[in-house]
Design a protein around this ligand. Sequence first.
Ligand SMILES: C[S@@+](CC[C@H](N)C(=O)[O-])C[C@H]1O[C@@H](n2cnc3c(N)ncnc32)[C@H](O)[C@@H]1O
Length: 221
Amino acid sequence: MILVLAESALELVPRELWRHPAVLADARRRGKRPGEILLDRARHHPAMSGLVDAERRGRPDIVHQVLLVFQYSLHTRRGMGRAYIHTRDGYVIAVDPRARIPKNYNNFVSLVEQLYALGRVPPRGEPLMELRREGLGDLLGELGGRWVVFHESGSRKPLYEIGVDVLNSVVVVGGFPHGDFENRWLLERAAARYSLGEESLDAAQVVCRAVAAAEAAAGLV
Ligand SMILES: C[S@@+](CC[C@H](N)C(=O)[O-])C[C@H]1O[C@@H](n2cnc3c(N)ncnc32)[C@H](O)[C@@H]1O
């Protein structure tokens, strides 16, 4: 299974917030410039009130939770998985299946900030995470142009029925906290849309179920 976490709420603090006291204090405390730190609602809430689309931004913890579930799964540890994080501002992070994502959130944030600064981590040797400017359409085209989407309005099927498809497909899940995909074509052109019920679940919960379905189909569990 290739996972694409789409429109993820991950970005550096945008320029218009660099001078806000909440951002300046956080940057100073961490010994960095405001433009070098990740936007995080938990730390920058007062600064985000006037930000366009604020309710869908500043949630690196969603990406962290998803990567912990995905990277440490049996399926990925056996080399059957690969994750790509597409961000709402047009970047793609390619994650090597061997990348050991820091379990501590603060360490994860520092790693991603290093990735934004250098374009890759670690700085030397084989990269475990690489950052590039790329849109969602180009990424999905590069991955073969066929994908399935997890979405509340998709068809509801038992996990054992979708396992083989999930295992062998590019699987798209939204990496944002509220609302729906802005790229509507993602749903319209998907080979299949799978629902886990009408109630909205956290992205990590959805990825956990997709991984479980894929692992069962692969005979790993
Ligand atoms: C936290 S949800 C996105 C926000 C959600 N639509 C809301 O307004 O609360 C993250 C992603 O998980 C997937 N997802 C969430 N609930 C789902 C469900 N019941 N069935 C299938 N996929 C789901 C979708 O890909 C969704 O974009």
